[in-house]
Ligand binder design. Sequence first.
Ligand code: SF4
Ligand code: SF4
Ligand code: SF4
Length: 323
Amino acid sequence: MPKPKLAIYWAASCGGCDIAILDIEEKILDVAEFFDVVFWPCAMDFKYQDIEAMPDKSITLTLFNGAIRSDENFHLAEVLRKKSVVLCAFGSCASEGCIPGLANFFKLDDITKYAYLQSPSTTNPDQIIPGPLTKVPEGELRLPRLWNTVRTLPQVVDVDYIIPGCPPQSNQIAAVVGAVIDILKHNKPLPPKGTVLGASEKCCCDECTRARNVKKITKFVRPFEIIPDPDLCLLEQGIVCCGPSTRSGCGAKCVSAGVPCRGCYGVPENVRDQGAKMVSAIASVIDSTDPEEIEQIIDTIPDPLGTFYRFTLADSFLRRAQR
Ligand code: SF4
Ligand code: SF4
Ligand code: SF4
């Protein structure tokens, strides 16, 4: 019997999700033995034409990481949707936009100008800005056209499951892969469409062992400015920790190491907007009822928008409507 086919793709991604897959250690051998890997640009040399030529629904499972930032990303999202029985948004970029989604604070033109002309580390004496089509003596060079707005995978194609995290934790990936192999081997039913795999429904605070004593704070600080109490909630010590607005599943990894949760597992089941939820969590620890003083305390939060929406801007209430 032919093996089930597996595809792994990276769109607008940093490659961390691909590395996280390799980090499942010896379990990667189970993957290689059980699946026929038909597409994995990060690890093997496959051509887009090979995938485009495959019959529809011939790929059993596609793990799609990275956001949708260009015509190329969009084309591959459409192709892989058509060719796959199950399409998973793998990691924060694919499911919620993540760091690439922060580009939606700016216009594409401004980002391009800054990157190629204005940044302190740029040397570009001929003021060359790459475009989708460049004429050179040898012919035409084509690059994928970048979109003005970064999109999530579920915003552009129908997605079956979400595996959150930046990147998803390797133990969770191993558990999901093991469960998929078990389902396929024994012909078991798939989880309901839309299920978030490799995480739980609650928030990161539910996994965190730090004590909360409802201490009220008068100033926010950055982690390097204080030596935090190792047993107390970081938020109650004035360090902005996005645990209340973040899905659990990572084992509260950062907070147990003394680093605030930045929110990479995205929104928990009962939260729609990560930033809005954080505003409410922040409001609950501020020790003042005086509007002016509250404003002063809030002013001590560095980059609130980038902190509260670091992973979910592209999928938030503040998401951009225009393409
Ligand atoms: S989710 Fe994180 S690790 Fe994965 S591609 Fe995006 S930025 Fe990289
Ligand atoms: S806010 Fe952060 S430190 Fe406090 S309980 Fe939640 S996860 Fe733990
Ligand atoms: S603690 Fe927060 S930022 Fe760290 S891995 Fe977990 S969800 Fe991601």
